[in-house]
Write a new protein. Structure first.
Length: 177
């Protein structure tokens, strides 16, 4: 994906029972208005103390936690339900999940709608660290073709890009799948 097609990067933190910040949604909305992609960096918790240990001054740390793609997508969908502004429609918002990007054997790339990514087996995303790209409407047909190779459902990927994102696509090639 060309870097010129990316808007502001956002960070997505773990929700808790009583803390569900949604301020990142405004950046995603701004990027969507401009038609640009949004890189979503997923939370990591390393060397964190529990509230109780912190309050009591105990230097006991929680085990490391890394936000997964299913957790991130569930929180994005929950945020859309809270904000209800139509920016992150689970069935028509395309996204690309990434982990261990760099070309090594542990690299994973998975593309689909938010709902498809949510319902996909967690182990398909590989080991952390994960990140997510929410696709903007200035989607280029070469981006569609490339990401289609990693799509959960290739037909859904192409039809959403064509019908919702209004991306002019060549007919699908006869690639061996």
């Amino acid at each position: 994906m060309p870097l010129y097609n990316f808007g502001q990067t956002v960070s997505l933190v773990f929700f808790t029972d009583n803390w569900k910040p949604t301020s990142y949604y405004d950046r995603i909305k701004e990027n969507a208005t401009l038609g640009t992609h949004t890189l979503v960096l997923l939370d990591i918790k390393v060397k964190e103390q529990s509230e109780e240990n912190l309050a009591r001054g105990r230097k006991i740390y929680e085990p490391p936690r890394y936000m997964s793609i299913p957790t991130a997508v569930a929180q994005l969908i929950e945020t859309e339900e809270i904000r209800n502004e139509g920016v992150l429609n689970p069935d028509t918002t395309l996204a690309i999940a990434l982990s261990r990007v760099g070309g090594g054997p542990e690299e994973r790339i998975v593309s689909g709608t938010l709902r498809e990514l949510l319902n996909h087996p967690a182990e398909a995303y590989g080991q952390p660290l994960h990140s997510l790209v929410i696709i903007g409407k200035r989607l280029h047909h070469l981006e569609v073709d490339y990401a289609e190779e990693f799509a959960i459902n290739r037909e859904s990927w192409r039809s959403t890009a064509r019908d919702i994102y209004k991306c002019a696509l060549d007919p699908p090639s006869d690639k061996n799948h």
